[in-house]
Write a protein of this length. Structure first.
Length: 355
């Protein structure tokens, strides 16, 4: 019983020591030869004899393939429709015990709102975590040392049709590859040696990676998902009209008869999350009406107002009263509101005389 207890205690010690080794990020580099020689001491007739040594038992440390991929952006990457060269940022860390290359691919989420165009993957060449097209040109991770990280970018252009609050999700999938020497992409390691008996003289491969967002555990790959989020203006323009007065009823229940004044209201609303800049609204004066001089009112006040008398080709015309308060030569009115803030709106009113 005492002997069994000692044996159990020894096994527990070995297991605890083994667990401590597994907690290390890399451990002993693969290919390292570990040897061990036993010795025997004995006596004959109380006389110490020459120590006897065993043969040396050796084995080589196998390749523990392990890696992690983490998003570095700290949240969605905000983009605007039509933007080019937008990028998301990940770190790739070699947590195995061998210098490895890594093949890189991106996987779009079929359930998101849109896909970026011209998507490409590049490695950060100078470690500044900022994508620089002239500098960051390598498309695979080359000779990443144990316990070392490197930054990777997924770069793409945002379609002009992408709308406010729409998202595009991308998984960066990193596949372990053999170290192929500096400047040469190694071949992908597609399978480990789990189905092969241990060979103490050969460096065998063990997949030790966890499951990522688009891959399984122990497949030699790892992945993590990042997101483009469209933050844009979303403009709507609404036009309404109402009779302001007529020659017979004045301001009381006026009707749209010749000689009446018709008022128009234009409302521009921005329901998006970003400001809309350089907002300009143009409106044609309807046929059989004439613009009422001085009738344009903007809210907020101060919007730039210009007029055209040639169908909107030029905007330098200055309206003049033809005798009845209107100018039949005005063909278009244009109002420059400048910036319309997100969740904000602006308005403009003008009047025409029904002829």
């Amino acid at each position: 019983m005492q002997r069994n207890a000692k044996l159990i205690a020894l096994m527990m010690t070995i297991l605890i020591a083994g667990s401590a080794q597994l907690a290390l990020a890399t451990g002993t580099p693969s290919g390292t030869t570990i040897g061990n020689t036993a010795t025997v001491d004995f006596t004959v007739g109380s006389v110490a004899q020459t120590q006897i040594a065993s043969n040396t038992a050796t084995f080589v440390v196998d390749n523990r393939v392990d890696l992690t991929v983490a998003v570095l952006d700290g949240g969605s990457v905000n983009v605007v429709p039509g933007a080019t060269g937008m990028y998301m940022t990940w770190s790739v860390t070699n947590t195995g015990n061998t210098v490895q290359d890594y093949a890189l691919s991106s996987l779009a989420d079929a359930a998101d709102d849109f896909d970026a165009t011209g998507v490409a993957i590049y490695v950060d060449a100078n470690g500044n975590s900022t994508y620089e097209p002239a500098t960051d040109t390598q498309t695979y991770v080359d000779e990443l040392a144990m316990d070392t990280s490197i930054t990777v970018f997924v770069v793409g252009d945002i379609p002009l049709a992408a709308a406010d609050a729409e998202v595009a999700n991308y998984n960066l999938v990193v596949q372990t590859a053999a170290g192929g020497g500096v400047g040469a992409a190694g071949a992908a390691i597609a399978a480990d040696d789990a189905a092969i008996a241990d060979d103490p003289n050969t460096v065998q491969i063990v997949f030790a990676d966890g499951a990522g967002t688009a891959d399984a555990a122990q497949d030699g790959r790892f992945s993590a998902v990042d997101q483009f989020l469209v933050v844009s203006a979303a403009l709507t323009v609404t036009k309404s009209s109402a009779v302001a007065s007529d020659p017979f009823n004045g301001l009381v229940n006026p009707k749209a008869i010749p000689g009446a004044i018709m008022g128009y209201n234009l409302t521009v609303a921005n329901t998006g999350g970003a400001d809309a800049d350089n907002v300009v609204v143009a409106d044609a004066i309807p046929a059989n009406t004439a613009f009422v001089v001085g009738s344009v009112i903007s809210n907020p006040l101060g919007a730039g107002v210009t007029f055209s008398n040639d169908g909107g080709t030029t905007w330098t015309y200055i309206p003049a009263d033809s005798g009845d308060g209107s100018d039949p030569n005005v063909t278009h009115v244009r109002v420059n509101f400048g910036t319309v803030a997100g969740a904000g709106s602006v308005q403009a009113d003008f009047q025409v005389l029904i002829q």
